[in-house]
Design a protein around this ligand. Structure first.
Ligand code: PLP
Length: 369
């Protein structure tokens, strides 16, 4: 059994993918070909945001958004420690400081109460200037944006949604990647909407930001390519990846529906055995991962071993919270600083999740948990 089955999906859309690739090979515009603009329009319409700027990866999407706001040394960016390294990595790359905020124990997303406390503490301490809140839509579930929005207004902070796992989710019908001032997503193959390589996108309703992002994406270009008005990066998405994503978008809404059906079946069969995912009323998850919490780390090992013996892969997202990563030692955090993230990382693990899991697969997996 596969953790994420991209093969069944490919068989479904093979002709369309082949046609799209042949079209790119025929026109030969491998860099910023017409598929880029076409995809950006499709994605912006899907999310219902004015601008979509595609780019080279989810990491670069986050980086470019922070660059567009001129985030740098002395700035504090508030983000959870229970996420993928890229979330906090880009903050440190720009010389700014990640200020970690513990997660909510039910949703695994940033805890708004603790967020407000951490902003107050940082302001009082007076060493850093609070600038950005970077919530993460972990495992596909949008963070608590209604609460985060009111906090950002109260403290006059910017919000960057890390929607790398969230694309396709929603809150009361409002799509993930439309929250905050800017949002970033990833098209890494294993994400809910994946291409066949690296890719990402940034979403915003602000014209001035969109213009700046387009410049940052190509080495800070001004009026033309060899007029450089700022320092940027080589952050373009390949035309071939855009072509593949256009074809994948034709089945994406249906795939989100199927992922939700799989998740419901999992939860129905597992709710009396382990802690199953909590989805607040009005929220829809994109189910990047279906993650469950065992009673202890030994219990987790025991279940993972049993599944492995039956050829069922599992994954641990994430075994080490970011504040305990060597790369962030200089931030000065210690074990015990985040009482929810730490035990969660010791007990959580993820089951196979993709739109094409059958009832038989689900029955087999859940019978072994
Ligand atoms: C995958 C991921 C990223 C980075 O995306 P890439 O396309 O791999 O660079 C950032 N944040 C989170 C939460 C992710 O899961």
């Amino acid at each position: 059994m596969q953790f994420i089955d991209l093969k069944t999906q490919q068989e479904k859309i093979k002709t369309g993918i082949d046609d799209r690739i042949q079209t790119v090979l025929a026109h030969g515009k491998y860099i910023m070909g017409p598929e880029i603009k076409e995809l950006e329009q499709v994605l912006a319409d899907f999310v219902e945001v004015k601008h979509c700027i595609t780019c080279s990866s989810g990491t670069d999407a986050l980086l470019m958004a922070l660059m567009a706001w001129d985030i740098g040394p002395g700035d504090a960016v508030f983000t959870p420690p229970f996420t993928f390294i890229a979330t906090a990595e880009v903050i440190q790359l720009l010389g700014a400081t990640p200020v970690f905020v513990d997660i909510d124990e039910n949703t695994f997303n940033i805890n708004p109460l603790k967020l407000a406390e951490e902003i107050d503490r940082t302001k009082k301490e007076g060493k850093l200037t609070p600038k950005v809140i970077m919530p993460v839509d972990l495992f596909g579930l949008p963070a608590n944006y209604p609460e985060i929005d009111s906090i950002s207004r109260k403290y006059d902070l910017l919000v960057l949604e890390d929607g790398a796992q969230g694309f396709g989710g929603s809150i009361e019908g409002k799509m993930a990647c439309s929250f905050g001032n800017m949002a970033a997503t990833s098209f890494f193959p294993a994400k809910p909407l994946g291409c066949y390589g690296d890719g990402g996108a940034i979403f915003t309703n602000e014209d001035s930001m969109a213009e700046k992002l387009v410049s940052i994406r190509v080495h800070g270009k001004g009026g033309h390519k060899y007029d450089n008005v700022r320092v940027g990066i080589n952050g373009r998405l390949d035309t071939l990846q855009a072509a593949i994503l256009l074809e994948k978008m034709t089945i994406f809404p249906e795939e989100i529906r199927l992922r939700n059906a799989v998740a419901s079946q999992y939860t129905e069969r597992l709710k009396n055995k382990v802690i199953t995912p909590f989805i607040p009323d009005g929220y829809v998850s994109a189910w990047a991962q279906y993650s469950i919490v065992a009673e202890s780390s030994d219990h987790r090992i025991e279940i993972q071993e049993r599944l492995k013996n039956h050829d069922i892969p599992t994954g641990i997202y994430y075994p080490i919270p970011l504040h305990l990563q060597t790369a962030f030692t200089k931030l000065g955090y210690r074990k015990g600083d985040f009482p929810v993230s730490e035990p969660t990382s010791e007990r959580i693990f993820s089951l196979p999740m993709h739109p094409y899991l059958t009832e038989t697969d689900i029955e087999k997996i859940t019978g072994l948990v």
